[in-house]
Every structure is written in C-alpha cells, then in structure tokens.
Design a protein around this ligand. Structure first.
Ligand code: ADP
Length: 484
C-alpha cells in the first residue's frame, strides 16, 4: 500500500508528547512490512535548528488564508529511509514552540494548521505519490479528510484514496470562533450541525470524525470510554453515530529506540537478566540530581506534560505524605502555568528527596526511566499512554490509574486476572493513589516478588509488531469502504 502519514509532530524532529512517538515509529513498522510510506509535517524551528539533513525542493504551493494567497515551500528529510516532507512557512512555524506557550495556545492556530492541511492536499498532486491511504492524526490534521470529502469529492485523483483518522486525545479538538471559517478557506455552508458547527463555534476534530472513512483511537478501553457522556468531551454523539467505523488499536513503542540494553543516553546498559545495571543507573541519577545516594530508597519517576489530564492535583495532595516516607521523587515535565508554579515552589526548597525538573529533556527522560523503581501515571484519563510502556521496557514498575490504555496494559496482582506487571487504582482520589503507591512500596521490600513484577513488564511485548498489523487491517477496511 502507499500510505501518507500526516502528523503535526514526529519524533525525533519535533515532540511534545506521545503523538510524536507514534508518528516516528508506526511508519517504520509499516515500511518494514513492505509498504511505501511517506510522512508529512510542518517545518518547525526546532526541526530547522536540529542536526537533520534537510533538502530544498523547488515545489511551492499557494493557500488562501483570510482571502490572501499565502505561499509555502516543500522541503524534505528522511527517517530510516522514509521520505519526510516538511511544509515550510516561516511566519507560521518558525516559533519556539509547536502549539503555544505555557500561557496558552498561539492565537493564529487556525491559520497555521488550516494552511498546513490545505498545503498537504494541494501538494499531493505534485508529489508524484498518489496514496491509497492518507492517515491523519488529531485535530491539527482533521481538516484534510474534510477538504478531500467536501471539496474534492469528484476529483479523480482522490477517488481511490481512503481517509483514516486517529484520535490520540479527544480533549484537544481544534475549536475556533466562527470567524475562523475564512482563515480555513471555508464558507458558511460548512457551518452546519452535520459538518463543522459545534455550539456556535467551529470544531475541526468533529469535521475529521464525520468525513474520514474509518476512525480509530489508541486503546480499546478509551474507544469505549469516549462514546459515553462522561468521557466523550461533547463529541460522544458524533462517535456513537460513527461507532460502526470506530476502532481501538493500542499504540506500540519503537523497541529499537527504547532499549535499555543499547540506549546510549543512559549510564549503564542492562537487560532483564542483568538488573544490577539498572541499580547503577539509579546510583548515578541520585548523584547527578543531588538526591541521597542510597540503593534501598525507592525512586519514583514521573515524566509528563503538565496538564490537568495527568493527575497532578493528586500528586500535589500527596506531597506532604511523600515528605514523611522513605522514598524519592524525580519529576520531569513542562506545561500549564498553574502546575509549573506549584512545582517550582517545591523545586526551590532544598531537598535530598525531590528532584523537580521543569524542562523538556529527552536525555534526562531516558535516565529517569532507567533509574526509577516505579513510574507514576495517576491520569484522570489516558487514551493510551506511552509512559507505562516505556517504563515496562526499562524495568520501572508503573503505578497508574485504571483508565483508558493504562487499564488495558497495567495489571495489578489484586485483580488476579493476568500476570501482575504494576499497581493500579480506580477512584480519582489522593487516597486511592496513595493506596496503590503504598502497596508498591511494600512489595518493593520483597525483592523476589518485586523482581518478578519488574521482569514481567520487561519481558512483555508492546512493540509495533502486533499493532502495526492491526493498522494494516484497518487500512484494508477503509479501502473496502471506498470501493463499496
Ligand atoms: P501524552 O501523549 O499525553 O503526552 P504519553 O504517555 O502518550 O502522554 O506520551 C508522553 C511521551 O512524551 C513519552 O515519550 C514521554 O517520555 C515524553 N515526555 C513527556 N514529557 C516529557 C519531558 N518533559 N521531557 C521529555 N520527554 C517527555
């Protein structure tokens, strides 16, 4: 199959969260299975400034934004032999961040991603690549299925192309004021309840969901959850309407990239049979971050976007308890101002127990996965969650709230259903979170039992081998639909 993978972030070029990991690894798995895959994303400042070889191309395109023709250029790089097209428009993408700062989103995001989506549709015809599948991801690319189905429905170029739309996080929908219609190059006829209109505003994700041939999200549990009023973020009706075309496929991670036995950025490489190497990583990180250097103190890691989704209020409520207990906490995160403030207060207090790192740092993240004994994900909701999958791989035992993809991948001995690989809790309360942590701390003192849980995670397989095949099956379903 010829597959165009469209994403607003792709690791290692640009990353704010799990979408980048998926966009940087699923295409590799598909290519390995013999497909002709290409990726397209915006050319951000961080991509330009990175150490990537970026080729100029003579291809340009024009997109009307607010009635003015805006010109863009196409550039190109590669990811493991996969062509990666980069949409260049300095005014929109040469900025320090991808979507906004800790104070909020960039105010012109509708122009920026409207331009990107129209650019992709326009460029396709000049690329000499007519995809069987265009795989779009999240709100930033949701306009693509919408444009192809609404504006190009009779265009022979697209009649054999199926549109797949993946929801990585339903909470971010691309909602804009009605006035943004003109920046998106759309008109009032698109502003109806069965298209983009949503409580008097424009909702791009809704448009993507309604027009793609098939839709999926990134775990089976989240797929069920988002069809309910409680967790449907206002789009449960649309999702129920499309339930026959809606699937759950668990994310995988790149097992070559996330590999403690070869990772060049950790202190010492190790495997599930050489766990003493993991202890060396802990000692090194304790030292580097000014924590008490003691192998017996359990080290809790947390690496996260600082957003209300991630259970940071539960963490905050437990901090006084953490002070009293024999444990250490290493947190790495950036995000909302509210949490940045709360955590920077903690960061300023001298401590041999807490290390608070308010940056985005891939190298440090790997060191934390390798050094920590436990990995905290007390999420309010979690579409899939990659943190727990990476922590399995590095032998850090996840302590998670049983929601979405966390419920599908982390098993607690308390439930007795699967071989235990972590600790879970149900209620979104500090008490329930603490109960799971304290059970983990207790088990930690029983080396034999603990190592068994560590190895269970390390020996599980959440690579793309399985989920990649599920995407192939999803693409087949999408193609079948358009041939009907
Ligand atoms: P989400 O996509 O909601 O942010 P996931 O658990 O799916 O959450 O993916 C998060 C990814 O981003 C993981 O690869 C994690 O290691 C990484 N990450 C999150 N915050 C940081 C940070 N501050 N520095 C480095 N990596 C981070």
């Amino acid at each position: 199959m010829k597959i165009l993978f469209v994403s607003s972030e792709v690791s290692p070029f640009a990353k704010t969260g799990g979408l980048a990991d998926v966009a940087g690894s699923l295409p590799k798995a598909l290519k390995k299975n013999g497909h002709d895959v290409r990726i397209i994303m915006p050319l951000y400042q961080c991509v330009d400034a990175g150490s990537f070889t970026i080729k100029k191309s003579r291809k340009g395109f024009e997109v009307p934004v607010d009635g003015i023709i805006q010109k863009g250029l196409l550039r190109q790089t590669t990811l493991a032999d996969i062509p990666v097209y980069l949409v260049e428009k300095k005014e929109y993408f040469q900025r320090p961040e991808l979507y906004g700062t800790s104070a909020g989103d960039y105010p012109d995001n509708s122009q920026r991603f409207g331009f990107f989506c129209r650019g992709v549709v326009d460029l396709l015809k000049r690329l000499d690549f007519r995809p069987d599948i265009i795989h779009c991801n999240d709100w930033q690319t949701a306009l693509i299925p919408f444009l192809i189905k609404q504006e190009h429905q009779d265009d022979p170029f697209f009649t054999k192309t199926a549109l797949v739309y993946t929801i990585h996080n339903l909470a971010y929908q691309g909602i804009f004021e009605r006035e943004a219609l003109s920046s998106l190059g759309l008109n009032e006829s698109h502003f109806t309840i069965d298209l983009l209109e949503y409580y008097g505003k424009i909702n791009l994700m809704k448009g993507g969901m309604l027009t793609a041939d098939v839709i999926n999200t990134v775990s089976n549990a989240y797929c069920r959850e988002i069809q309910t009023k409680e967790m449907g973020c206002g789009l449960q009706g649309v999702l129920q309407h499309r339930s026959h075309d809606l699937y759950g496929i668990l994310n995988g991670i790149d097992y070559q990239d996330w590999n403690p036995s070869t990772d060049p950025l950790i202190f010492k490489n190790y495997t599930s049979t050489t766990l003493s190497g993991k202890a060396a990583n802990k000692k090194n990180l304790q030292n580097a971050l000014g924590l008490e250097q003691n192998p017996a103190i359990p080290l809790l890691g947390m690496i996260t976007r600082l957003s209300s989704q991630k259970g940071l209020d539960l963490l905050e409520a437990l901090l006084p308890k953490f002070e009293e207990q024999k444990l250490q906490l290493v947190l790495l995160g950036t995000g909302d101002e509210k949490y940045m403030k709360m955590l920077s207060t903690l960061q300023k207090k001298p401590s041999k127990k807490f290390s608070i790192n308010l940056t985005f740092d891939q190298a440090l993240s790997r060191k934390i996965y390798a050094a920590s004994d436990m990995f905290l994900m007390p999420s309010l909701y979690e579409p899939c969650g990659l943190g727990q999958l990476i922590s399995f791989r590095y032998g850090s035992v996840p302590v998670v709230r049983k929601t979405g993809g966390l419920a599908d991948t982390v098993f607690d001995s308390r439930d007795g259903v699967r071989e235990p690989n972590g600790f879970t809790f149900d209620e979104y309360t500090p008490e329930a979170f603490w109960d799971a942590i304290s059970r983990a701390l207790e088990t930690y003192n029983d080396r034999k039992k603990w190592d068994k849980i560590v190895r269970s995670g390390m020996n599980s397989d959440y690579s793309w081998d399985h989920s990649g095949a599920e995407y192939e099956a999803l693409y087949e379903k999408a193609l079948k639909k358009i041939r009907m």
